[in-house]
Design a protein around this ligand. Structure first.
Ligand code: NAD
Length: 251
């Protein structure tokens, strides 16, 4: 078996029914994992799972509903298997000038990306730590490294993810659970299309930074997640891996 194989592993991907999460799910499933995809829309999740195959199992849950998360992890364990992999991918985007961004806008973004991802990690990690084995991947973003206007809440959340990854890695890696993040640049998903729509100047600027022509595909991030979750990365933890066509290395 190749060290990149995820045979006999159970994964959870939040926001797995669309965009980047769906691409990550396709890659994890191709690598051999059973993948539970979550999100808030049951029907969309069912359609996404059916399009890939029986190794993808839809189970709706809202990551901002902390009380629902421990029972959700129990259900995954009972019906599919104890989770070996968690991908904290679910996210929302609020694009507004800083002075127009309300507390509600700001907090809703932090709640989904940070509090929700942390709460699900808290519900999932104990089983992994007990078994001394597991891999958790967060999704940060290039906005954690670059000053981009109009995304104060989002950039704060994605920067917070980096602190979370390093802290959790320091706590969990000595016990066999690796914590890493991917930092996607501009990946062609509905969220990206919404973020650049009607803002051709922003799109032009973004495209100008990328060294490899064009936006990335969800699978470009998905294969990096497969690597981070596999035996091939058994000595890799606390890492924030940019997947951005060279965007962060550009001027
Ligand atoms: P998307 O809108 O297609 O996906 C977001 C997913 O999260 C959706 O499936 C949505 O249903 C789910 N979600 C939102 N709130 C949720 C909640 N409370 N509970 C459960 N699920 C919830 O957008 P995407 O571009 O695929 O984004 C996926 C992740 O990648 C996000 O964390 C985003 O910030 C990050 N990201 C995207 C890009 C990009 O260029 N597309 C770049 C960097 C980072």
């Amino acid at each position: 078996m190749l060290p990149f194989s995820l045979e006999n592993q159970t994964a959870i991907v939040t926001g797995g029914g669309t965009g980047l999460g769906l691409g990550i799910t396709r890659c994890l499933a191709q690598a051999g994992a059973k993948v539970v995809i979550t999100g808030r829309r049951e029907e969309l999740l069912q359609q996404a799972a059916a399009a890939i195959g029986p190794q993808v199992i839809p189970m709706a849950v809202d990551v901002t509903d902390s009380a629902a998360l421990p029972p959700f992890v129990d259900r995954v364990t009972r019906e599919v298997g104890a989770p070996d992999i968690l991908v904290n991918n679910a996210g929302i985007h609020v694009k507004k000038p800083a002075l127009e961004m309300t507390d509600e806008d700001f907090n809703s973004v932090l709640h989904t990306h940070l509090t929700g991802a942390f709460a699900l990690t808290r519900a999932t990690a104990p089983g992994m730590l007990e078994r001394g084995k597991g891999s958790i991947v967060f999704v940060s973003s290039m906005t954690a490294y670059m000053g981009m206007p109009l995304v104060a809440g989002y950039a704060t959340a994605k920067s917070g993810v980096i602190g979370l990854v390093r802290t959790l890695s320091a706590e969990f890696a000595p016990k066999g659970v690796r914590i890493n993040a991917v930092a996607p640049g501009w990946i062609d998903t509905p969220m990206l299309r919404r973020a650049v729509s009607a803002d051709s100047e922003r799109e032009r600027k973004i495209r100008g930074r990328i060294q490899i022509e064009g936006f990335g595909a969800p699978e470009d991030v998905g294969w990096a997640v497969v690597y981070l979750c596999s035996e091939a990365a058994k000595y890799v933890t606390g890492v924030i891996l940019p997947i951005d066509g060279g965007g962060h290395a550009s001027f």
